[in-house]
Design a protein around this ligand. Sequence first.
Ligand SMILES: NC(=O)c1ccc[n+]([C@@H]2O[C@H](COP(=O)([O-])OP(=O)(O)OC[C@H]3O[C@@H](n4cnc5c(N)ncnc54)[C@H](OP(=O)(O)O)[C@@H]3O)[C@@H](O)[C@H]2O)c1
Length: 320
Amino acid sequence: MAPTIGELAVGVDRLGTHVGGAMPIADDTAVIPHTARLLSGKPLADKVFAEVADRVSRLRRAGVVPALATVLVGDDDASAGYIRIKQRQAAELNFESPHTHLPADATQEDLHRVIAGYNADPGVHGLLVQYPVPAHLDYDRALQSVDPDKDVDGMHPLNIGRLALGLPGPLPCTPAGIEALLAHYDIPVAGREVVILGRGATLGRPLSIMLAQKRPTANAAVTVVHTGVPDWDRYTRRADILVAAAGVPGIIQPEHVKPGAVVIGAGVRYEGRRLLPDVDESCAEVASAITPRVGGVGPTTVAMLFRNAVDAAERLSGRA
Ligand SMILES: NC(=O)c1ccc[n+]([C@@H]2O[C@H](COP(=O)([O-])OP(=O)(O)OC[C@H]3O[C@@H](n4cnc5c(N)ncnc54)[C@H](OP(=O)(O)O)[C@@H]3O)[C@@H](O)[C@H]2O)c1
């Protein structure tokens, strides 16, 4: 089975012993390896979970039982793993987590029927349909049928529209986690040059919108590069903050990174159980700060999901 979000959340990598600090300098004649500060996602995730747990308690005291429903179609091991992690986290935060598991041969109509049921249920505040669904189903159509106010992934077209217009709404979890991670480590973003490798709908595109918006934790000069820009490294090499969001293992090597830059590795690919990140670990020798191979943006993504869920519960119960 492929590693799950939970494994991402608790994992450490071979750089894990150097969290938050540079390597010690033995003596002034030694070769001094530079190792970047590690931007672990767990401290931020723990902080967000504590805040969410408080808000859930307040809702329960007011007679509202926050509920995050999940829908899984088929028998993909990795997807089932992701759902288990979310349910475990929901239980820890005192959410109810109704769940529907449809068989791999479920029809689009079966899926829409389940979604419509959760949409109509006033006791359900958040709803997520685990991606991917079997190939014969249309995930985008399913997503469009989710009530936008229950869309904890922040990926419903209405919510992406709200994001683009700067209107309040649930934010896509991975990009929101990246902005929050930079803020958590006091990394200035405003006025800096951010380069994002990848313009995918879940990551690069919404992140580029967010980091260009006018607020203290964003307000950057953002450039997005992709396969249409063959000399993309010309841009990444000048980035103060480089975000890898391509899903191409090892695409970012030290020579693509400006010395002293901050590197956020969000793109990953799985080969069986192995997680293969976009950012080669040797980039830690060039960057000033970098997310660990495991446990960087994974934990913050889950944290943002539950922040969206408690926001939805407060909003839909009239206690926002
Ligand atoms: N850690 C997490 O919690 C988390 C959450 C969400 C996503 N992710 C990961 O983030 C990555 C991106 O997700 P996504 O849904 O946005 O993916 P996507 O839709 O597949 O987008 C990938 C982007 O990378 C670009 N790209 C691919 N190969 C490239 C190359 N050789 N040179 C330059 N650009 C290249 C593509 O360019 P074109 O547009 O030109 O094709 C595309 O814009 C994936 O690895 C995904 O697994 C991680």
